[in-house]
Design a protein around this ligand. Sequence first.
Ligand code: OFO
Length: 168
Amino acid sequence: MLKEKVLKAINSQIEKELFSSQLYLAMASWAEANGMPGTSNFLYNHAEEERIHMLKFVHYVNDRGSHATVPSCNKPENNYESVKSLFVQIMEHEEMITESINNLVAVCMEERDFTTQNFLQWYVTEQIEEESLFRSVLDKLNLLGNEKSGMYLFDADVEKLITPPSVI
Ligand code: OFO
């Protein structure tokens, strides 16, 4: 069984991963409705990725003999000013997630739960990849500046960054 503090922190992280998935789903739908098929495919795929992050926690908690609870989820923003503002928001969101994973590691260290700390290393590495991915998307957008014609190329290009969701 997990210690109370560790369980509480993981259940709170499950809520964040669920929100990430819903947020990227809402963003994907906005991009699809606004004629950006490559961007929407990229975001739909990433919404799945976040659902897998959530499930990985759920299975871990239950495998340890505790109970992972499924939370309700806040409504994500459904409208965006621009593709750039959407990706800026993702970057800020992922930085917040990285901070949250780091805090979770700190809780495990305080509670001397080295098994969970070891399990969390997957998320620590994943956050390096996620931040790097979204930074590279923002770099592409910054290179385009305000050129509307460039958005067609961006849309085709961002789709190439899709990777199959990782296995649980
Ligand atoms: Fe985007 O990494 Fe999970 O939340």
